[in-house]
Every structure is written in C-alpha cells, then in structure tokens.
Design a protein around this ligand. Structure first.
Ligand code: T1G
Length: 700
C-alpha cells in the first residue's frame, strides 16, 4: 500500500483512508493504495468497506498535473472495477467536494454517504474534458439522462442534500463522518443490503423523447465558444442509452483521449493553474502577516462603488457606502437594490438572502463614520485631483493600519499614495464592471505599498469571490494597457475594407464573448469621445477614432441611444448592421486615402489579437506583470477571452512565437509607424525557439 493510503478494520468494517494533501487527487500512489486496500479487504474478515479521506475533502478528481505525462498503472478504470466487483459492500464517505474522478470513484462504490456540507460533481468540462472514468455512464443510470446532461455539461457541483434527493447519495450523516459511515455500513450488512452496482442499471431508450440529443447538441454547441468537450459529452450520453455499458465505456474512453490531447483542454488546464498561480506574489514570504479585515467602506456609490459594496456584502463583510449627499447616497443604494432584484428574478438569490446582504450595507455622508474601517476603496470618477483630495481626507480620518485602495482603471497609484502620509497602506484594486459580476481584480502594487497590505488584499480578493492578478503601476495597468491595440486595429480594419459585422463575427467565432466593435457600442462610444476631448488628441493618429467621433457627434452613442456602429432592436437589443454606418466608414476611408480591399478572417484575428501579445510581452519585460500566465488570467477573467484558447499569451504559444513575431514584422512593414514595433522579449523568444510558458517557468 502507498504512503497516501492506509487500511484498518474497525467494528468489522475495512476502512480505506486516503491522505494525500491538498485535495486527495487521484495521483498514482493514491490509485495504487486504494487498489491494494480493496484487494486486501477481499481476503480479510471485514464484512464491508468504507472509503474515506482525511484532510479537507474527499477525492477532488484525477491529478491534473499528471495529464500530458505518460500514464502510469494502475489506471483509474482498474481501481473502479475492483471497487465495483468487490464481494463486500463498499461505501464512499464524502465530505468537502467529491469531484471528477473522485465522484466517479464514489459512483463505482455500492453506496454513498455524505455530510450535509459536502458537494459532488463532474467539472471536467471546465478543463476541456469529459468524465473519463465512467461518469457519463453511471450518472445517467441513477440521476436520469437529462439531469446527468445538465450536471456534466455545466460542471457545477450538487450540494449533498440535493444529491440525496436525486439518489446520488444514499445517506446524509450527522456528526462525525467516519463514525457515521461505519455505522451505516454495519446497518447495510445487518440488513443484508445487496451489492448495488450502478453499471447493472439499464436505461430504457423509450424514456428519451425523440430529438432530445439533437437539441442538446445544438444547445451546448451554441454557447461552446470554441470548446469541443460539451459536444463529446452529448455523444457519451447517447452511447449510455444506445450501447451496452462496456461498449459505451470504450466510447467514453475514446472521446476522453481525443479531448485530453486537444489544444482546447491544454489551454483550459493552463488557465486552471494560472488562476491559482496568479494569487501568489513572487518574492513575498509565504508567512507574510495579513491584516484583519472585519469591515469595509466604499467612497462613491455609482455603478462601480455599488457593485464593489455588493462584493463585500455577498461575502458577509459589513460595508459602508459613503457619498457626498443624501440624494447621491439614495441613488447609490437604489442601484444596489436594483442589482439584487435582477439576481432574485434570475432565481439565483432568495429574498431572505437579499435582506441579509442589504443589512450588511450601511450608508453615510460623514467621513467620521468610516474611521474604523479596515479597508476603504475609493470608487469615484476618473479625476486624479479629486482622488488625491479624497485620499488626503482618508489619511486624516482613517485609523492607522487601514488599507486605502483606489479603484482607478488607469491613474497613477503612486501619485495618489503621495497625497497621504502613509503610502505603504495605499494600493490599487481595479474592479471590472459590473463589479458584482466580473471575477477579475487587478491589484496594483505602488512603489511603497507594504508587503502585508498587498498580501492582505490578494487574500481578501479570493474571499470576495475574485480572481486576483498583481500589476505594477503604468497607464492602464495590464488589461486596459493591452486593450488599446486591439480596439485600434479593429477600427483600422473597418476603414481598410471590413464591415463591423465581419470583424465582430470573426472574433466571436474565435471565442470572444463579444466582438470589439459591438463592445464599443455596449460600453458607450461617448466614453472614449469624452476622454479624447479632455486629454486632447494632438499628435494622435486620427484614423482609429474617426468613425466613432462622427457617430457620437451625430447622437449615436451605442446601445444606450439605440444606435452606434449598429442599430439595436428596442425589444431584444439584438444588433442590426446599418448601411448608413457602412457608408460613413467608406467616406472616412476615402478622406484618409485608404484603398479598401477584401480582408480574410485570418488577418482579422492576427491584426486584433497580436497587439495584445506584443503589448503583453512589453508588460512582462517591464515587470508590470509577474508572469505571462497572469496576463492570461487578466484576459480570460476580465475581458472574456475564451478559456479554450488559454488567454492571449497561451494562444501565442500554441500558434508558435516565431510565426507570431514574423506576422508582426510583416504588419510593421505594411503599416509602418510605431504600432507594430515588435516587443524585445517577443523577438528574443521567437529567435531562441522559446515560449512564454518557458519564460514563466524560468522565473518561477
Ligand atoms: N489535481 C491536482 N492539483 C489540484 C487539483 C487536481 N484535481 N485540484 C486542486 N489542486 C491543487 C490546486 O492547484 C492548488 O494547488 C491546491 O490543490 C488547492 O486548490 C478521470 C479526468 C477541489 C474545489 O476539476 O475545483 O477527474 O496552488 O486553490 O479553492 O474523469 O481545487 O496550492 O499549489 O483550488 O479550496 C476533475 C479541480 C479533474 C477539481 C478546492 N476535478 N479542483 O478549491 O483550493 S479531471 C476538478 C477544484 C478528472 C476524471 C477526470 C478546487 C477544489 P496550490 P484550490 P480550493
């Protein structure tokens, strides 16, 4: 038996105990240990077997770090076969999260018991995979095909209570799980309960309405955004209905093998680890002390401030919203109530939940009332002088050790910190709109930000449900700084020959949630227009915003005015290409002497995405981002870049940096100017045959 698994007999029940931190993943030693223990139990005088895990959770899945390496025996199906064919009843005792291969192990047992706080699920689809150890065959046999399809294609966990109602879990255990599981095992033995093998259940094809799988396939593919796993999951469930189980299991293994070697899954596994890596700050000792965050305050109750306040209330942290007047405060509280109302309407929250959360949000117009906040986040509009004034006031009001954060999306955090006598307590917390929905939080480290303040906010970010990425101070930090080139090239492609629909639909087929032109209409064309007005555009290349300026000046601000680059259906808000805008684009192109031409999808993708890669390489070289994978996290969680492509830097690695670099050099030749000047790091890696992933590994 391996170190990771121990076996003992308690009250004539064989107890297999897995202890492989952090999540008891099914690494080779765990698989070997379970198999040895089950075989030993067949020979001893135990009358039943309980499979239990130590630590914080039951088995949370296959060991994802083993993917991409040569598989080592025993393979998981062998372990599951030993459990299922045991001559004595095997009971899985579940706590924490039994996920993926972990839940598949439990489904190969004859019975499952769990404590009420446990969850079960098959999240493989979130890694671009499908349950490859019988999950697509056993789950539909006990949950029904439709429920199984929902669980496997969503990848979302099912709470133990609901799982019990669905028959996925046979018994809910009160008190100590192991004691309860042994007691339950004894009851099964004494009652002569049968060895219930899920694989023996046959699904009656007549119970599946005609066209069910065809509609399911259409539905999952419509929102796949470049992912292929959902489609293959439908095929596995079809096999569960149409084929004898051993053939269906073979079909499942064949489709699993296709997925585990796919670039989509490699990209999604990259993001899985990148998300966790991004939370770690290089050079910061693991035991850096953290400050206690018991209460928060937000300055500014606009869309962002209200959304940020909701993040704290949702995490159970009392928060005070400060505004300049009762009227403004009232408007701010109304925004919050409206947002919660939408969540209730969608069935994601109950009224009681909302009441509890609203009860955690106080309002004030008096700075003295936030003096004892542990963290204050300023979320007023983007005016540096105003922010400096606010931080001076916070410096004078707030208790020592309070963390003072600004939600600015591009202002100089060091300049804001310099407005206080405690720059070590100041940093940026850049939320993304809508703040209560978007998961990304860019944490901006000022020159003087203290390590404990930084460590505290990175941990707090996870606590309020965010994915944190650390940024240095520069204009636009990581995400917005890179976005400039993406939007610029989309606009130039319009002048050079594309329609808005052609640019947007090409990038949406690539997997972007919304194309760049439509995104401008959503954000509001007047936002960029006003920013240009206030900062002046002397010396700028006028071409990238010529059309949007004309649109704004003709009253077309985007979705908010019913028309921008597109017209919008007032009911469905569906975008409608507008010949009037296409004529306007042709006029502007003529004004700039641009000869329009046919442009293919390949050029649209390269012209829009390679500026992200090029700027990302500069950001890495300057040390603004810690890792290329952090940049990928920023784009997947903050800008809806498709996880199936892994983020801009992972995508560039998959294309090959030599190809990307040469393409950029080609654009430099074709267009001239500084926009396409290749980044030094990109050139170095392209010439040395390197990749961003290797660069990250070299700097871990
Ligand atoms: N394999 C390897 N390492 C894992 C892991 C896994 N399955 N799950 C987590 N870790 C590491 C993680 O990288 C981190 O490491 C630490 O554990 C804590 O994780 C055959 C093929 C279980 C809900 O998709 O959802 O089974 O950063 O920070 O927030 O059909 O981890 O500390 O070095 O996330 O408390 C299916 C993935 C696999 C579950 C815990 N299973 N994990 O969340 O901690 S494919 C999954 C999670 C499969 C079968 C198929 C979460 C969690 P480090 P954490 P957490």
């Amino acid at each position: 038996m391996s170190q990771a698994v121990s076996y003992s007999i308690q009250d004539r029940v064989g107890v297999i105990s897995v202890n492989s931190p952090p999540v008891n993943a099914l690494s080779q030693p765990v698989r070997e240990g379970i198999l040895d223990a089950v075989r030993q139990a067949q020979r001893d005088d135990s009358e039943a077997i309980v499979l239990h895990c130590q630590g914080r959770t039951f088995i949370a899945g296959a060991d994802i770090t083993e993917f991409g390496k040569p598989p080592r025996e025993p393979h998981l199906p062998t372990v599951l076969g030993a459990l299922e064919n045991s001559s004595k009843p095997v009971i899985a005792a579940i706590h924490g999260t039994a996920l993926g291969g972990g839940f598949e192990v439990a489904l190969a047992c004859h019975y499952r018991c769990a404590i009420a706080s446990a969850k079960v699920g098959l999240p493989e689809v979130k890694l671009g995979l499908l349950p490859g150890a019988g999950g697509t065959q056993r789950l539909p046999r006990i949950a029904g095909v439709k429920a199984a399809l929902d669980i496997i294609t969503s990848g979302n966990p099912v709470a133990a209570g609901k799982a019990h109602d669905m028959g996925l879990v046979n018994e809910i255990i009160e008190g100590d799980l192991l004691e309860g599981a042994i007691r339950y095992a004894r009851e099964l033995v004494e009652s002569g309960a049968p060895l219930k093998r899920i694989r023996d259940i046959v699904i009656d094809p007549a119970t599946i309405e005609p066209g069910f799988f065809e509609q399911a396939r259409k539905r999952v593919n419509a929102r796949a955004r470049g992912q292929i796993a959902p489609d293959r999951i439908v095929s596995c469930l079809e096999a569960a209905v149409e084929l004898p189980i051993d053939q269906a299991l073979e079909r499942e293994r064949e489709l699993f093998r296709e997925l585990v070697t796919s670039p989509e899954s490699a990209a999604m596994r990259h993001i899985f680890f990148a998300e966790r890596q991004a939370a770690k700050i290089k050079g910061l000792p693991k035991n850096t002390p953290e400050r206690e965050i018991g209460k928060a305050a937000i300055i500014g109750g606009g869309t962002m401030g209200g959304g940020i306040a909701m993040c704290f209330a949702n995490a159970g942290i009392p928060v005070t919203l400060l505004e300049i007047s009762d009227g403004a405060l009232d408007r701010g509280m109304k925004i919050i109530r409206k947002n919660y109302g939408i969540t209730v309407k969608r069935g994601k929250l109950g009224e009681d939940d909302v009441k509890r959360r609203m009860g955690l949000i106080a309002g004030t117009t008096d700075y003295a009332e936030i003096a004892d906040a542990d963290i204050v986040i300023e979320a007023v509009f983007e005016n540096l002088e105003l922010k400096k004034e606010i931080f001076a006031k916070l410096d004078a009001t707030c208790k020592p050790e309070a963390i003072l954060a600004t939600n600015t999306s591009y202002q100089d955090v060091d300049a804001i910190a310099a407005a206080t006598s405690r720059p070590e307590d100041v940093l940026g917390t850049h939320f993304f709109s809508p703040a209560n929905v978007m998961r990304l939080l860019e944490v901006v480290r000022g020159e003087k930000t203290a390590d404990d303040a930084l460590a505290t906010v990175m941990k707090l970010g996870k606590r309020i449900g965010k994915v944190c990425a650390l940024s240095g101070v520069c204009y636009g930090f990581i995400g917005n700084r890179m976005l400039g080139g993406y939007g610029r090239e989309a606009q130039l492609l319009l002048l050079e020959g594309c329609t808005p629909q052609q640019v947007d639909s090409t990038l949406e087929r690539f997997g972007m949630a919304m194309g760049p032109v439509a995104m401008g209409d959503l954000a509001g064309l007047d936002v960029g227009y006003k920013a240009r007005q206030s900062r002046g555009t002397a010396g700028d290349d006028p071409r990238p915003y010529a059309v949007s300026t004309r649109l704004v000046e003709s009253g077309r601000h985007g979705q908010k005015t019913g028309a921008g680059f597109y017209r919008y259906d007032s009911e469905t808000r569906k975008r409608i290409p507008d010949p009037e805008v296409e004529a306007m684009i042709r006029e502007e192109a003529e004004k700039f002497g641009i000869e329009r031409r046919e442009i293919d999808a390949d050029e649209i993708i390269a012209r829009c995405l390679y500026p992200l890669v090029n700027e990302g390489a500069k950001i890495l070289k300057e040390g603004i981002a810690q890792r290329a994978s952090d940049i990928d996290v920023v784009y997947v969680f903050g800008y809806a870049f498709p996880a199936a492509k892994g983020g801009p830097m992972c995508y560039a690695d998959q294309v090959g940096l030599k190809e990307v670099y040469e393409r950029i050099c080609g654009f430099q030749e074709q267009h001239g100017g500084k926009n396409w000047a290749p980044a030094e790091l990109l050139r170095e890696l392209a010439e040395s045959g390197g990749s961003f992933a290797e660069w990250d590994r070299g700097r871990v």
